[in-house]
Design a protein around this ligand. Structure first.
Ligand SMILES: [Zn+2]
Ligand SMILES: [Zn+2]
Ligand SMILES: [Zn+2]
Length: 97
């Protein structure tokens, strides 16, 4: 899954079920998207979800939000004009050069 995440940050079991996280840790919640016989993960940055049974993982579009949101805390990034890279004003993450 992580190999083909296309910039998406999938919701984990911890995100969706804070009380059960000790059982499943930080595994991706593959039932974040759940419809009839279809289920799959959902991106916490852009809200994109797909059915892991119907959709080929290589077919997933790139995450639109990841270009503008911090991959660490998901807050919007600001462009630092002095250093000329994206920086998070919330957790101080900066784009690896
Ligand atoms: Zn996404
Ligand atoms: Zn399906
Ligand atoms: Zn951040």
């Amino acid at each position: 899954m992580s190999k083909y995440n296309h910039g998406h940050k999938w919701l984990t079991v911890r995100d969706n079920y804070p009380n059960d996280y000790h059982k499943y840790g930080d595994e991706i919640d593959v039932f974040a998207y759940d419809y009839c016989n279809c289920n799959g993960p959902e991106c916490k940055l852009c809200g994109y979800s797909f059915c892991k049974h119907c959709k080929d993982e290589s077919d997933i579009p790139n995450c639109k939000a990841s270009e503008n949101n911090c991959p660490n805390c998901t807050k919007p990034l600001k462009f630092d004009h002095h250093k000329e890279f994206m920086r998070c004003t919330n957790c101080n993450w900066s784009e690896p050069l």
